[in-house]
Design a protein around this ligand. Sequence first.
Ligand SMILES: Nc1nc2c(ncn2[C@@H]2O[C@H](COP(=O)(O)OP(=O)(O)OP(=O)(O)O)[C@@H](O)[C@H]2O)c(=O)[nH]1
Ligand SMILES: [Mg+2]
Length: 333
Amino acid sequence: MQFIDQARIGVRAGRGGDGIVAFRREKYVPAGGPAGGDGGRGGDVLLLADANLQTLLDFKYKRLFAATDGGRGGPNRCTGASGAPLTIRVPCGTEVRDLRTGILLGDLTEAGQELLVAAGGRGGLGNAHYLSNRNRAPEKCTEGKEGEEWQLQLELKLLAEVGIIGLPNAGKSTLIAVLSAARPKIADYPFTTLVPNLGVVRRPSGDGTVFADIPGLIAGAARGAGLGHDFLRHIERTRLLVHLVDASSAEVLADLEVVERELAAYGHGLDQRPRLVVLNKIELLEDSEVEILLQRIGEGREGMAAPPLAISAATSRGLDRLLAAVWKELGVG
Ligand SMILES: Nc1nc2c(ncn2[C@@H]2O[C@H](COP(=O)(O)OP(=O)(O)OP(=O)(O)O)[C@@H](O)[C@H]2O)c(=O)[nH]1
Ligand SMILES: [Mg+2]
């Protein structure tokens, strides 16, 4: 299951430093020759593929990237300092296009791959370059060149890392809506969600993780019943499942079992996928009832690493603990 993340950024390489006019001044040398140094090169702007990034979320906030300018030339033929290059980290799989023409400039597929997107301007020449037989004391120098400047379109095909599964009406779409900017349809009837919704949830480290809200699964889903079957195929690629169950149901444990059985029946290792069992709609119950449910779920699932959690997506209760558990399971900060 994929969707496309996009961002537009402006990149500007550093301007080259100017060359200067200067003459040698030394003791016992009456008329020193031209000694004005060249300007330094402006810094380049590069993109670098980083395996630790998953989304283009950070580019929603910072949009202009400029490398530093080269320094002016100095006396005694000293070349000015080069501008420092600027490296922008992007997720692996980012495609880079020129915004105006749509021309593909590069595809950063492998971690560590670099792409030069704006070349620094050349430094200007100092007057030392213009010494000739005709002109022993040239007053000429040139300015540094502007660095390149481009508007870029970044595109990334997102893969969901976390799948939210459960029976119809469990509150899966409500959960992704409170965690991310996704705005799926939410309604009090089963099969509201017909295709997965993806949402990017910000991690503590700043980058994001993609969550997918999967259409409700019902008994027989693995054999094609309901809508969920098509999507079991997609959650094969997720790293973690959040199994949401309606705590106000009369049969919470049986509800959990229905979905668990479908995962097992589907095979492909889905029933081995790490998952968090999460009770939703807990504001409809007394705290003591929630405790008892959590205990009973825990008892039936001693093999599972993570204990069951309790949330209320509608009132945003327990979401911090849920996210903390998700980041822990994924091993991300
Ligand atoms: N009381 C209460 N209701 C909730 C909570 N979370 C979701 N709901 C309600 O439960 C109903 C179903 O929510 P959805 O988010 O559409 O459920 P879903 O799991 O996506 O359902 P399908 O797409 O049909 O599989 C809606 O009426 C929601 O408002 C909650 O924490 N408390
Ligand atoms: Mg839904």
